[in-house]
Write a protein that binds this ligand. Structure first.
Ligand SMILES: Nc1ncnc2c1ncn2[C@@H]1O[C@H](COP(=O)(O)OP(=O)(O)OP(=O)(O)O)[C@@H](O)[C@H]1O
Ligand SMILES: [Mg+2]
Length: 174
């Protein structure tokens, strides 16, 4: 199978603390990867390096194709999952997925969106990622705020998803 993302000799320290030490891997087309580890082990740091949001101290990340489209759900503790995208851009598909996730929104004006709960925001964010149909998925703790309906939706979708994915989770059921 062809490799879609390769990490080579990745190293990252924050101050004196070495977080990643000589991390190398190949992710092949269609592979589903569960990334597990203690709090603070460096999981989020590693995916941010893949996303080019953090520069490694050493090593490199290569993607095939170089413009591989990535769907990224950030960890909710990272920021409050603000709805920082234009909903109208995604239209019908976004509505459809939201509905499947059990998110019923009648109007999409700023006032309503400002008051969405954490779980509702997460659902909207997932719906946006699915509307984009990315070639590669990176989900950082997707189930933390999800109810049973949301978790079951995600399990089925990830099972059916043809692309490769990295999913960080502490949720053993998931
Ligand atoms: N920008 C930063 N500056 C300094 N230290 C950082 C920075 N980002 C992360 N760290 C530290 O690096 C370590 C790894 O953080 P990271 O967020 O990658 O952990 P994690 O494995 O995702 O943990 P969790 O399961 O709690 O989400 C932590 O000890 C964290 O405090
Ligand atoms: Mg993390």
């Amino acid at each position: 199978m062809t490799t879609v993302i390769q990490g080579k000799g990745l190293q990252k320290s924050f101050g004196e603390r070495e977080i990643l030490k000589d991390v190398s891997f190949d992710i092949r087309q269609g592979e589903k990867i569960g990334l597990v580890g203690w709090n603070g082990a460096g999981k989020t740091t590693l995916v941010k390096i893949l996303l080019n949001k953090i520069e490694p101290d050493k090593g490199s990340v290569t993607m095939w194709p170089p413009d591989l489209s990535l769907g990224y759900l950030p960890q909710s503790t990272d920021y409050s999952l603000s709805i920082d995208f234009e909903l109208s851009e995604y239209g019908e598909k976004l509505m459809e997925t939201s509905k499947l996730l059990g998110l019923q929104i009648e109007r999409w004006d700023e006032e309503d969106l400002a008051h969405l709960s954490g779980g509702e925001r997460l659902k909207l964010y997932l719906a946006k990622i699915w509307a984009n149909a990315p070639e590669f998925l990176i989900l950082d703790e997707p189930t933390n705020h999800l109810d049973m309906q949301g978790v079951n939706w995600l399990i089925e979708e990830v099972n059916d998803y043809a692309g490769a994915s990295i999913i960080i989770s502490h949720d053993r059921y998931f």
